[in-house]
Ligand binder design. Structure first.
Ligand SMILES: [Zn+2]
Length: 326
């Protein structure tokens, strides 16, 4: 017995192929017809129409992509949440991490001791620190005998200035701006956030692929490196703005700070600028911010440039700080 599909009404009881009926040949009508039901016909539930449209392989592909997208949201969202959660920790955590890292970065043999140089740098840091909240004070600065053009900050306010950067200075204000920037990294807790993200990545990757041959460690480092180039730029800009404000509050004229970026070569950037935003863009942004600021209430004279370029070792009385800078 051949039954037409339940949703296809019989046309006056005519057989397919009859007058006024389905014009298809009888054979095709047989092929298209539903198989005979095995149960009683009266009262049987109508069979659902087979879904038409998307093929099965497309639905499977969409399912896989959906799962991957969900996983990506969880991973990226978790990374974001890890960084935010880190900010809920007390600042003393930053100090403990920074202290530990500063000990690891053993600079005892190359830490500059010349009181002229060390005194000049310390004077700047002390004046900048006065603009910080009490919880963020207690900055520690070291000048390191190293030809790399670099400066960096560890969590908790441990600052390192390399003599290679000092030799590149055209004005003391350039160093004050760089120091303000590094203080910004510490106060805004960028290092702690980076660490929290790294821990999250390692956790996720070790869950996915295990820790076979330390592969997850390698992948975590790689992933963090890729992400930090975009994420880190926001931190760099935030530190620029913060450092400029700190410099201004301490009474230092910021006008020549952006010049430091103008002198950075377009290629072969020194270490300090390699992970930072485009130097030209930074100089432009800083100049716009400086133009919008009122002049400091009272202008502070920075240490002379000669004292910042003094030899790393040796002795001598600090140069007078009142010498105006040309
Ligand atoms: Zn930076």
């Amino acid at each position: 017995m051949i039954e037409l599909p339940p949703d296809r009404p019989r046309r006056g009881g005519q057989r397919p192929g009859g007058d006024g009926a389905d014009p298809r040949p009888l054979e095709s009508a047989f092929v298209a017809a539903e198989p005979a039901p095995t149960g009683p016909l009266i009262g049987a539930a109508p069979r659902p129409e087979p879904r038409k449209g998307r093929p099965a392989w497309l639905e499977i592909l969409m399912g896989i992509l959906g799962v991957l997208a969900l996983g990506w949201v969880v991973v990226i969202g978790g990374r974001w949440a890890a960084a935010r959660l880190a900010l809920a920790l007390p600042y003393s955590v930053d100090r403990s991490i920074g202290e530990l890292a500063a000990k690891e970065y053993d600079t005892s043999a190359s830490t500059c001791t010349n009181p002229v140089l060390v005194g000049a740098v310390q004077e700047i840091v002390t004046n900048l620190e006065a603009g910080l909240l009490p919880e963020h004070r207690g900055l520690v600065v070291k000048v390191i005998d190293d030809s790399a053009v670099n400066a960096f900050a560890l969590p908790g306010g441990y600052l390192f200035i390399l003599t290679g950067l000092l030799q590149e200075l055209a004005t003391p204000e350039e160093l004050i701006g760089v120091l303000g920037h590094e203080v910004g990294h510490a106060v805004k807790r960028h290092g702690l956030q980076r660490i929290a993200e790294a821990v999250w990545w390692k956790l996720v990757l070790s869950q996915i692929i295990g820790d076979v041959f330390g592969l997850s460690q390698v992948m975590a480092d790689g992933a963090l490196g890729l992400l930090s180039s975009a994420f880190g730029r926001d931190h760099e800009r935030e530190s620029d703005t913060f450092g400029l404000g700190l410099m201004h509050e301490a009474g230092y004229a910021a006008g020549t700070f952006p010049d430091f970026f103008d002198r950075l070569p377009a290629s072969g950037l020194p270490d300090w600028a390699q992970t930072h935003p485009d130097p030209g863009e930074r100089a432009q942004t800083l100049r716009a911010a400086i133009a919008a600021m009122p002049p400091p209430a009272s202008l502070r004279t920075p240490p002379p440039l000669a004292s910042l370029k003094a030899p790393c070792f040796g002795g001598g009385a600090p140069l007078p700080a009142a010498v105006p800078v040309e």
